[in-house]
Design a protein around this ligand. Structure first.
Ligand SMILES: [Zn+2]
Length: 315
């Protein structure tokens, strides 16, 4: 074990641009000869949960010890509250895996092939992988794996190296849906959709989800009763993304087709916009939603015949 000096740790570790802070802390501990992340935190008096949450005082200590600025350490911290600033993107907590480890086995296998440090120092956790919508690794096309525990990331994975390598040999078993790449790249600050880039990331995800739900409802055999808005599936987001990525004109055409199909089939129009209304009805006070609220309300009023004075879509 290496002793720790207040001015800095003996062995410097490079923070990857897309690395989670707890992953970095784990690698720093291993690189400096500590047996475990827990041992390191106990000896130096650091709370790993405060590293993950981006506590300023805790990250300031870590910055002095590692030479990495607080701003970089905090970039992918998972702070308190339901709304998070993650890599400069606004996301809701439930849209991410905020606990445990989510990783691509092929990325881990690649990491293990790089560098000369001990194996426990090389693999790292990518920030984009903790978004729930990113189900496949955008680089390798391999389904991401999740573990609820987060002990000793590097050594824990290295201990399962045969399984990691075996899984990584299944690279590109499927082509990731473009939504994978879009939201993963957005976490890294890369633009990908002229329309979706203009709205907050959490709102872009919700819009994709609700359009996917509308698509599901449109395809369902019966609209005789109100269909609950389900939020369970990333596939739903993927279907919605294919529409939303193009922008409002494409969404308008999709909605109009949805209405015409319902009219042709003699279905009740009241339920056509139901998923949208269920989504927006509690967000009326949130200015981030106002433009989309107006868009959907205007479309509903222009396409669904209603009696004078009849309330529809909250109008
Ligand atoms: Zn990968």
């Amino acid at each position: 074990m290496t002793s720790c000096h207040s001015a800095g740790l003996p062995v410097a570790v490079e923070l990857h641009n897309d690395e989670l802070p707890l992953s970095f802390l784990s690698r720093v501990a291993k690189a400096n000869g500590f047996q475990s992340l827990v041992e390191f935190c106990d000896i130096v008096g650091l709370d790993k949960l405060k590293v993950r949450s981006g506590n300023e005082r805790t990250l300031s200590k870590l910055a002095v010890w590692t030479g990495v600025p607080v701003s970089r350490l905090a970039r992918f911290a998972i702070g308190p509250g339901r709304m998070l600033n993650f890599g400069g993107q606004a996301l809701r907590r439930h849209q991410m895996y905020t606990m445990g480890m989510r990783f691509c086995p092929a990325c881990v296998a690649d990491d293990l092939c790089k560098g000369t440090r001990r194996s426990g120092v090389r693999p790292y956790l990518r920030a984009s992988h903790i978004l729930k919508v990113v189900v496949d690794c955008p680089t390798h096309g391999v389904p991401l794996q999740y573990r609820p525990d987060e002990i000793e990331f590097g050594d824990d994975l290295v201990g399962n190296k045969p399984a990691i390598v075996e899984t990584s040999e299944l690279r590109l078993v499927r082509i990731p849906h473009p939504a994978n790449a879009y939201f993963a790249s957005r976490i890294g600050g890369q633009p990908g959709s002229e329309f979706l880039d203009m709205i907050p990331a959490y709102l872009a995800l919700e819009l994709c989800e609700v359009l996917g739900e509308l698509d599901r409802v449109a395809r369902s055999a019966s609209l005789s009763k109100e269909t609950p808005f389900s939020k369970e599936s990333e596939n739903q987001i993927f279907r919605g993304f294919d529409i939303a990525k193009i922008g409002l004109p494409a969404i308008s055409i999709f909605l109009s087709n949805h209405v015409q199909t319902a009219i042709h089939q003699g279905r009740s129009l009241r339920f056509v916009y139901s998923p949208v209304w269920q989504w927006l009805k509690n967000e009326g006070e949130n200015p981030a939603y106002s433009a989309l609220f107006s868009f959907f309300r205007d479309h509903a009023q222009a396409n669904v015949p209603i009696s004078r004075g009849q309330a529809f879509f909250g109008a």
